[in-house]
Design a protein around this ligand. Structure first.
Ligand code: CTP
Ligand code: MG
Length: 247
């Protein structure tokens, strides 16, 4: 089946705090984006790779052009699109740029730069086995609770009060690449295009849009190395992974 990989790299990286798009931030002497793209190519699942970059960016576009030149004949075709103001907008922009005949699509965060090849392959394999949606997931180590802002007299004690504890064995921390039948993901994103601002702000991954359609989402095992580089601490961990036995 013809599979495309969308790499969303259009975020601004506010929390990392480098004053440049996160995809451009150095990691092990390269940019975060180059690590991510090399992982996608190495997994050998993609006929096309479509990268969403920040609107107005020239630096990442140049890096991608250089990367593309070095790809061997028969490698994936690389396309670049301008991303949008939310991650979902960036995914939608890339979905519109996929080649005719594409059957499956994997959506991957550039920020998960060190995702192992085997995770891409596990996701692609589940699609080949008939899944319309599949996500890599990891058990959760922390106990996760829901909270609400306190009001009344409790507000002078602490800002929040616990409203419940989710059963940890049922919880998973979800990663990318998330894989979909292309027609299903397009339908899901089309529906999300009509969301109001509050609903749109609550969209944190692609699978949740597919869940809203009632389509089953399958979970395969993710990997610790797939951590999303979000904060300065994550970047230190990623540098350590490159130097250490897992690199
Ligand atoms: N992303 C995107 N377009 C956006 C926002 C995010 O393509 N408008 C991408 C990011 O580039 C990243 C992934 O979605 O690869 C996950 O987003 P996140 O980790 O939040 O990255 P940033 O939005 O760049 O970081 P921050 O929220 O700290 O600004
Ligand atoms: Mg963000």
């Amino acid at each position: 089946a013809v599979t495309a990989v969308i790499v969303v790299a259009a975020g601004s990286g506010e929390r990392l705090g480098y004053g440049m798009p996160k995809a451009q931030v150095p990691l092990g002497g390269e940019t975060i984006l180059m690590h991510a793209l090399r992982g996608v190519v190495a997994s050998d699942v993609a006929r096309q790779i479509c990268v969403a970059v920040p609107r107005g960016d020239t630096t990442l576009r140049e890096l991608i052009a250089d990367f593309t030149v070095d790809l061997v004949d028969g490698g994936p075709e690389v396309t670049v699109v301008d991303g949008g103001s939310s991650r979902a907008d960036s995914v939608r922009a890339a979905l519109a740029a996929l080649e005719d005949g594409t059957e499956f699509v994997l959506v991957h965060d550039a920020a998960r730069a060190l995702t192992p090849e085997r995770v891409f392959q596990r996701v692609a394999d589940a699609l080949s086995s008939g899944a319309k949606a599949v996500i890599p997931a990891m058990p959760v180590v922390d106990t996760i609770k829901t909270v609400a802002e306190t009001d009344g007299p409790d507000a002078s004690i602490a800002p929040e009060v616990v409203t419940g504890t989710a059963p940890r064995e049922q919880l998973r921390a979800v990663q990318t690449p998330q894989g979909f039948e292309l027609a299903t993901l397009r339908r899901a994103h089309q529906a999300a295009g009509l969301f109001d601002d509050k609903q749109a702000a609550a969209v944190t991954d692609d699978a949740m849009l597919v869940e809203l359609l009632g389509v089953p989402v399958h979970a395969v095992r993710g990997a610790s190395q797939s951590l999303k580089i979000t904060t300065p601490l994550d970047l230190i961990i990623a540098e350590g992974l490159l130097e250490g036995p897992l690199g």
